[in-house]
Design a protein around this ligand. Sequence first.
Ligand code: ZN
Length: 267
Amino acid sequence: MKYLNSKVILKDSKIKGPTVAIFAGVHGDEISGVRALDYLIPKIEIKAGKVYFVYANLKAIKQDKRFIEYNLNRCFLDKQKKEMKNTLEGKTAKQLMLVLKKCDYVLDLHSSPNQDDPFVLCEKHCLDFVSCFPVPRVVMGTIVTHPGASDGYLVNNGKIGFCLESGPLKSKKSVDLAKKSVINFLRKLKVIDGVEEVFKKKKFYFAKPFYTVKNGSIKLVKKFKDFQKLKKKTLIGYDGETPVYLEKNDIVLFPGTTIVKCKEIKI
Ligand SMILES: [Zn+2]
């Protein structure tokens, strides 16, 4: 297939095994995943199954922008919303969903402007795999708070999907963490040789939407950090004229883009 806005590299062992997709650059300014794939693709030798390595949003990567016309990570939906359908990212997602449909697993590499500590997003049936990611936090529930993500697309089809937030946007540490995560994940799946490292110590969170934005975005009153726990009822920002509050003990997630609130949960 000729891809409109993506580069897809298939490595096939021709031996029975899982089909995996590793995505990077869904958000074009989050280059840690892109750098990790640049490094890994020539080196990785697939021993079983096949792996699609995907540079998802080439134009946004080139321009160092989150997206060109629409957030690609909301477009992986069989029924796309009217406003995304004819955008570059809407069309990009349509092509990449054809790749995802063939896959049993996806790992989508992201990084974050609000966060030093990395974390992984997944849903409950994917928890067996989280020990292969060297991150201290796991967030569930984003299939509801952030519909249209690549990992959510697989999860909605009964498969396994992860979104890795590997740390600050443009740090070497994020690149190294993304590399390590890909290698460990593929080892766990026995797609490449080697024994996976196990990172057991995790805190688990559940994310819930707490407010539906009416005016495009909430204007934050100050900078909030991911996983910042609020000591009291706190004004987060304004949606047009309307003040938006979070309650005592709520934990803030994605304050720069879509704000959701989290609760820590025991697993
Ligand atoms: Zn992202």
